[in-house]
Design a protein around this ligand. Structure first.
Ligand SMILES: [Zn+2]
Length: 243
């Protein structure tokens, strides 16, 4: 522990706390942007999920249209076969009534067949129309996935860098905190959290620079005496005289 110096304008514990505060502010700035990463990752993941959902929907719609068109093609081929069979029967019939009946049947199957084929062509046309939509949705999802993967890699890199930087600063912190009474250290740590990372602040022109309230004459005298640790009567921050 450093010896008490007459020239030192602050109480030795307060001097240490000021050093500690500098270290803690350094840690805070090192962890600040890392702390925003989970929220940022969530936001980006939701965006990617949405684009993948749209691409998946369009892909499924295309698959369904393809399957429907294929089923209709199969039905058309079935009708063609049936018409062929009916034509063969037509050649074998002996009486006119049966002949007319088969002709009527052929006509009916052909009507259905033509309708089915029309429907099939309509599906194939819509399949062509769907292609650009699917391509653009897939491209958008692919591009976003690349961006997201890049973000994840960057985030991991940043976290690793910051983790080792913080570890190094924490080592220094230990040395700085050495020798401070436990109660004072805990008080300081509480204030650092609740007072916007300023637990120790200066008095300038008789005003606390943390809350801008006037410091009493009595407290100013105690600050000048340097024998005790003085707190702001308004914001409870630990005070030191500006030098
Ligand atoms: Zn204050």
């Amino acid at each position: 522990m450093r010896s008490f110096s007459r020239k030192d304008p602050v109480h030795p514990h307060v001097k240490k706390l000021l050093e500690l505060q500098k270290v803690d502010q350094e840690i805070a700035s090192l962890t600040k942007d890392v702390e925003t990463l989970p929220a940022e990752e969530g936001k980006r993941r939701r965006k990617l999920d949405e684009l993948e959902r749209i691409a998946g929907e369009r892909k499924n719609r295309q698959i369904k249209t393809e399957l429907d068109a294929r089923a209709l093609e199969k039905a058309v081929r079935g009708s063609d076969d049936e018409i062929k069979r009916l034509n063969e029967r037509l050649n074998a019939v002996r009486n006119n009534a049966e002949y007319q009946a088969i002709l009527f049947q052929i006509e009916s199957v052909r009507r259905d067949r033509d309708q089915t084929q029309e429907e099939c062509l309509r599906l194939l046309d819509s399949l062509d129309a769907q292609k650009p939509d699917l391509a653009s949705a897939t491209a958008a999802a692919d591009a976003e996935r690349k961006v997201f993967e890049g973000f994840l890699a960057e985030a991991t890199k940043l976290r690793d860098e910051r983790r080792s930087a913080v570890a190094a600063v924490l080592e220094r912190r230990k040395a700085v905190a050495e020798g401070l009474p436990g109660d004072l250290l805990r008080e300081y740590e509480g204030l650092f959290k609740t007072r916007d990372r300023i637990a120790v602040c200066a008095v300038e022109g008789g005003y606390c620079q943390g809350c801008y309230n006037k410091v009493t004459m009595n407290d100013t005298a105690r600050l000048m005496g340097k024998a005790t640790v003085v707190r702001c009567g308004s914001c409870q921050r630990i005070l030191h005289l500006q030098h």
